[in-house]
Design a protein around this ligand. Structure first.
Ligand code: GLN
Length: 186
């Protein structure tokens, strides 16, 4: 059975675990460096990117995860996970993995639109459920990045090689198509 590692230092990892195990994969929570081994896929969940980034540094997990991402296994970064992957954050000086050639803006929807739901296209799929929670969006992407979703003229999902970066929370609700797409790469 294929094994998917889910970063579990902070944030919304439980819902990813449930969805991925319901889809027939084995999941392992990545809480420390020694958990990072023989994985067929990696999920970086939503949460608070600054907190996650600090914990990854403190736990010495940043470098091994960076290596894992460059080893070409499929990576799904959602919300804070997208921020961790981004090469640049326009309103924050930090860079974490810096492996996805996009510029993201954190908390990009402002206070009033902090959280909202909608349905929109994700790659070839129509009307995919999207829940945004104090979400980032992608302000710009390099030419070799495939744009998967655009909502209100903002890029909210994109793929570069093995990495998928998503602004919204595909693990909430019952629509499993984003996870199925990710797992199809595993
Ligand atoms: N606002 C969070 C951040 O900047 C991301 C929110 C989320 O992951 N739902 O890290």
């Amino acid at each position: 059975m294929k094994k998917i590692g889910i970063l579990a230092v902070q944030g919304a990892f439980i819902e990813h675990e449930k969805m991925i195990s319901d889809l027939g994969y084995s999941v392992v929570e990545l809480r420390q460096k020694s958990d990072i081994k023989s994985l067929d896929g990696l999920v970086l969940p939503g949460g608070e990117s600054t907190v996650q980034g600090k914990l990854l540094n403190d736990l010495d997990m940043l470098e091994p995860l960076k290596e894992l991402i460059s080893s070409n296994i499929p990576v799904l970064g959602t919300c804070a996970g997208l921020i961790l992957l981004a090469q640049k954050i326009s309103n924050d000086p930090n860079v974490y993995f810096g492996s996805l050639p996009v510029t993201v803006k954190r908390n990009a929807y402002g206070r009033q639109l902090g959280s909202f739901n909608c349905q929109s296209d994700f790659g070839a799929h129509r009307d995919v459920d999207m829940t945004f929670i104090r979400a980032p969006f992608i302000e710009s992407a390099s030419d070799d990045v495939e744009i998967l979703s655009v909502v209100d003229e903002k890029i909210v999902a994109a793929r570069y090689k093995n990495q998928i970066g998503i602004s919204f929370h595909p693990e909430l609700g019952t629509d499993t198509r984003v996870h199925e797409y990710f797992l199809s790469l595993a």
